[in-house]
Design a protein around this ligand. Structure first.
Ligand SMILES: Cc1ncc(COP(=O)(O)O)c(C=O)c1O
Length: 460
């Protein structure tokens, strides 16, 4: 008789991967290179040094090293909150009445409440190794800022966090945690940087966006001695660090003889999704298997499903290098959706390329549908998901309901990136019927596309 698969599958520390996987090494075609906006020429690793730590800049540009050793000190930190469990959603399956088998990789079991700590630890470690004296970053929903504050506190590096103003106001307890870990926090846009002042002059009542906060954090880094900027998503290096999610998930799935037919993740800048699908994308790229890989994004900020595949700035202040990615235009201001971590105009260049080349799918979902899924999931699986993570839950439930119609017993794996304890204003709005589903019109999107940068010979 076959053994029943347990509810929770925990790897031992010894089973934890000791290397990150660099997806670019297996891509048939690489993402187009980042461009220096001043010259229109491909950015070199040296162009990145004023902004990023040296080792992280090298990882950003490394398209060939398939596996990169996780430093011993990072592994030691990882062991404080990893391996994270792979969970079989028996109760959710039962409640849905689906023949599908649903698994999720739960990354919310640490104080930051999300997967963001996986990259924060690595980035703070490399900064310490380089002898940097401070770091800056931005945070949208607050998870990244919290994660980085935890990591910087551990490595004793002062941190300034530019927090998107609407989250700063909506989530006072996120601020308190960041301050508990000695992070300095500034609502963005602020009058502490040129970028912030310019944005405020144009739109004094703006509630901010990730793009604005990035501009401020980058400016602070390049104008402060011994200070560098770190980012919690979008970049190649962040996807690399997040591959720990997928590598662990694959070891756990293999250990119970399971292989997913479909892997689903929420997509903001693409880091958790890129990390979760990494080893499965490797199988797909190398012809070993052909699972479906699905991004779920908010209908209010639909970069993959309605964006353009074009060169664009990564920030609103237009000071970062240009990346070729699916983008809504860096001037696009998403509506005040409650999934703050998914309110970003662009998408990881790696995922953008893979999506463009047909290796991935994407769907956009409305936020009330997302919160329906979140509350349903909470009731049956007893974990209160972050609104961002609930996008993946929505995607997984919809797949499972399709299986119910067709009678197929598909194996579904999704990423549960975090918990929603600091998102109770959002839950409250949903439960009281005060949540709307703003979807941008084609005209609104067109307006932002018109402002995409012109690069002679490349993007006219
Ligand atoms: C819980 C959670 N999930 C997902 C995301 C989306 O980020 P990414 O697309 O980089 O994984 C965020 C971003 O803040 C988040 O906080």
């Amino acid at each position: 008789m076959s053994k029943k698969i347990p509810h929770r599958i925990y790897l031992t520390e010894d089973q934890m991967p000791t290397q990150w996987y660099n997806l670019r090494a297996d891509m048939k075609e690489l993402p187009d290179p980042m461009l220096n906006p001043a010259t229109g020429k491909p950015a070199t690793v040296k162009d990145l040094y004023p902004v990023f730590c040296t080792e992280l800049a090298k990882q950003e540009m490394d398209n060939t090293t398939r596996y990169i050793d996780i430093p011993e000190e990072v592994l030691e930190f990882y062991k404080m909150f990893r391996p994270s469990p792979l969970i079989r959603a028996y109760n959710l399956e039962k409640a849905l009445g689906t023949p599908a088998k649903i698994y999720y990789k739960f990354e919310g079991n640490n104080t930051s409440g999300s997967h963001k700590l996986n990259s924060a630890v690595a980035q703070a470690y490399y900064a310490k190794e380089q002898g940097l004296t401070s770091l800056t970053t931005e945070t949208g929903a607050g998870q990244w800022g919290t994660a980085l504050a935890e990591a910087c506190c551990y490595y004793n590096i002062p941190l300034t966090v530019y927090m998107v103003k609407c989250s700063y106001e909506q989530k006072p307890f996120r601020r308190a945690i960041i301050e508990t870990f000695d992070g300095k926090i500034i609502p963005s846009p602020s009058n502490t940087t040129n970028a912030g002042r310019a944005i405020l002059a144009e739109n004094p009542d703006t509630s901010g966006s990730l793009g604005c906060a990035i501009s401020e954090a980058v400016e602070k880094a390049v104008t402060t001695e011994g200070c560098k900027y770190v980012l919690g998503s979008v970049l190649n290096q962040v996807l690399l660090h997040q591959s720990i999610i997928g590598l662990e998930a694959k070891i756990a799935m293999d250990s119970i003889g399971e292989y997913p037919d479909v892997v689903i993740g929420c997509a903001g800048g693409g880091s958790n999704l890129g990390g979760l699908i990494a080893p499965y994308m490797q199988d797909k790229l190398t012809g070993k298997a052909n699972p479906r890989l699905v991004a779920v994004e908010p209908a209010s900020c639909p970069s993959l499903t309605r964006g353009r595949y074009a060169y664009d700035f990564c920030d609103t202040g237009k000071i970062t290098p240009l990346a070729k990615m699916y983008t809504l235009g860096c001037d696009f201001m998403p509506s005040a959706n409650h999934a703050g971590g998914l309110r970003y105009h662009g998408m990881s260049p790696i995922l953008s390329k893979l999506y463009h080349d047909g290796y991935m799918e994407a769907v956009a979902v409305e936020q009330t549908k997302v919160f329906e899924a979140a509350t349903f999931f909470a009731k049956h699986e007893t974990i209160l998901p972050a609104p961002e993570s609930a996008h993946a839950i929505r995607g997984a439930i919809d797949e499972a309901l399709k299986c119910k119609e067709t009678g197929e017993a598909k194996t579904i794996l999704f990423g549960l990136t975090g918990t929603g304890y600091f998102d109770m204003m959002a839950y409250d709005a949903f439960l009281n019927g005060n949540m709307n589903d703003y979807i941008p019109t084609d005209e609104e999107l067109e307006k932002a596309f018109e402002k995409l940068p012109k690069i002679p010979g490349i993007q006219e």
